[in-house]
Design a protein around this ligand. Structure first.
Ligand code: NAG
Ligand code: NAG
Ligand code: NAG
Ligand code: NAG
Ligand code: NAG
Ligand code: NAG
Ligand code: NAG
Ligand code: NAG
Ligand code: NAG
Length: 468
């Protein structure tokens, strides 16, 4: 008689679940989440491997502090603006655990993920705290630090299944699935997530597919869209770094997916977290923080991510008042957030670029990237010819950039209202084109709106739906 160990039992159950899944069409975006690009915060860029539960709690407190004004003089918090998901990144695990299965680093023989309790005494308490604050809390899987490489289908399914059970038992609301271990089958992840959310009667969760350019991932976004989208947003680029070359390099990676209309509600293309307000080191002179991006570059970064409908995931120290003062006008700009969150059938992208390239160097002086000196991006705001336009100048000198109305997709007016959404200013009517001087590494951000007799006498102001 064969003895059924709990491992074999789990594998058999897994196989039964898997078989019964085969006829289900895989479309995570059907679960009603991430119909607009997700907004939030994640731990990696600021804390890297030094993240702890108490740091997460402190960030959560910062996300709900109503200590800054919006344009209507109301005191608001980051969560009031929509940044309400606080996500944990890598290095929560008990790396090289003595409890690990042979050959594994942070999964035991039952496939359970092993937590570093010194750093995370109670993940359930952490997510409960988020929920008390009306925040959601995100986890992280298929880790990169001490990654685990399951060897075959049954071992991989056991680990994915146990990861999913832990995810839901700890009370998490979202999950980033990284690309380092061998838990790369997003279809299987989605099947277990659907199965256990129903079984445990818990709300559905948002999934980030962080496959980057790893061809092992199933499905990979380079495969036909017919295969479905068993996640809510997917990485299209390498890891982002804290400098302008990296920002511009990652931005280019979105366009192929935009062109194919593969970035849409419930399935957004994602060029990685925001590198906004993050010091690279402290100045030797006066210990003041030295940032990877200056204010112009910060604005270009945020504007570009907004107009291509990328998820906007902050990663700075939300409790640092100097940093918050510095970046608040950018990250709290409700008109820019409105452009990001609206969807009129087109996720937004590049409509023109200069013929010449510029070489942007990484601070290490070794790597560089070639990007068009100027890039012109658009995103339709509604079906009545209202269109957002971002004019990027990557040259190292200021330049005059021109928006030619008849070259911009979906612009129907020859004479258009122009609104500067960085500065909340109406710039009046312009015929055929609008031009402006743009500083080095800066970007102009406008909305064009058709001029018609109906709004002739009304205030020259654009009513795009702003976030409440
Ligand atoms: C979790 O929270 C409960 C209630 O606030 C508390 O009694 C308990 O000590 C906490 N546990 C840990 C491990 O932090
Ligand atoms: C959370 O939301 C509920 C319902 O909207 C509200 O009553 C409560 O005050 C909120 N809690 C916090 C801490 O903001
Ligand atoms: C990774 O897992 C798959 C099953 O999901 C298996 O077929 C493959 O051999 C594994 N790769 C390695 C290197 O073990
Ligand atoms: C899967 O791999 C594990 C570890 O190498 C091994 O113990 C197990 O027998 C394998 N299972 C199958 C079905 O090949
Ligand atoms: C792009 O795909 C989305 C989702 O399927 C759809 O709603 C939208 O109409 C498509 N847009 C175009 C221009 O085909
Ligand atoms: C593209 O931009 C260049 C300036 O960089 C301009 O000369 C050209 O007319 C533009 N083309 C279109 C189709 O917008
Ligand atoms: C600009 O750079 C891109 C990407 O490296 C390259 O494909 C293209 O050929 C370059 N164009 C010019 C004019 O150098
Ligand atoms: C934008 O233009 C394209 C091509 O003419 C059209 O298919 C699409 O419906 C337009 N989108 C909006 C929002 O008007
Ligand atoms: C500006 O860019 C040009 C062309 O790439 C280069 O020759 C020049 O050295 C740059 N100047 C500065 C100050 O970086």
């Amino acid at each position: 008689m064969m003895m059924l160990t709990s491992t074999t039992l789990a594998v058999i159950i897994a196989a039964i679940i898997y078989t019964s899944f085969l006829l289900i069409v895989v479309n995570a975006h059907d679960n009603g989440l991430a119909l607009t690009p997700p907004l939030g915060w994640r731990s990696w860029n600021l804390y890297g491997g030094s993240i702890t539960q108490s740091k997460m709690i402190s960030i959560m407190n910062g996300m709900v502090q109503r200590n800054r004004y919006d344009n209507n003089n109301n005191l608001i918090s980051l969560c009031d603006l929509g940044y309400c998901d606080v996500g944990l990144d890598d290095v929560w695990q008990d790396c090289h655990s003595i409890k690990a299965a042979p050959g594994m680093h942070y999964h035991d023989i039952y496939g359970n993920p092993l937590i570093n309790y010194e750093k995370f005494p109670s993940m359930f308490n952490m997510t409960s705290y988020a929920h008390i604050l009306n925040l959601t809390c995100g986890w992280y899987a298929n880790n990169c630090a001490c990654s685990d490489h399951c060897h075959n289908v049954s071992e991989c399914h056991l680990q994915i299944q146990s990861d999913v059970k832990a995810l839901l038992q700890y009370g998490y609301d979202s999950l980033k699935i990284d690309g380092c271990g061998n838990e790369t089958d997003l279809i299987v992840w989605n099947q277990y997530i659907e199965y256990y959310t129903k079984k445990m009667n818990v709300p559905p969760i948002v999934v980030e597919n962080c496959h980057g350019d790893n061809p092992k991932f199933k499905p990979n976004r380079t495969l036909p869209p017919a295969i479905g989208c068993p996640y809510h947003f997917y990485r299209v680029s390498k890891d982002i770094r804290n400098n302008y070359a990296s920002i511009m390099s990652n931005l280019q990676m979105v366009e192929p997916y935009h062109k194919l209309n593969e970035s849409y509600p419930g399935c957004w293309a994602y060029p990685d977290m925001l590198q906004i307000g993050i010091p690279i080191h402290k100045s030797k002179k006066d210990k003041s923080p030295v940032f990877g991006l200056n204010l112009q570059e910060t604005r270009t970064h945020f504007g570009a991510w907004a107009i291509v409908s990328s998820p906007l995931i902050l990663s700075h120290d939300v409790n640092d008042p100097i940093i918050m003062d510095m970046i608040w006008p950018v990250i709290a700009n409700r008109e820019v957030l409105g452009v990001n969150q609206v969807y009129a059938g087109d996720s937004g992208g590049i409509y023109n670029k200069s013929k010449t390239n510029i070489t942007l160097w990484y601070p290490n002086g070794k790597n560089h990237v070639q990007v068009p000196t100027n890039q012109y991006l658009y995103k339709p705001i509604d079906t009545n010819g209202q269109v957002a336009v971002l004019l990027i100048n990557s040259a190292n000198t200021s330049q005059t950039l021109v928006a030619n109305f008849n070259n911009i997709p979906n612009v129907t007016c020859t004479t258009c209202h122009v609104r500067d959404i960085w500065n909340h200013k109406d710039l009046g009517l312009h015929t055929s084109s609008w031009s402006t001087k743009v500083e080095s590494h800066d970007a102009a951000f406008i909305i064009l709106k058709p001029y018609n007799n109906d709004n002739n006498n009304k205030q020259d102001s654009l009513q795009i739906k702003e976030l409440q």
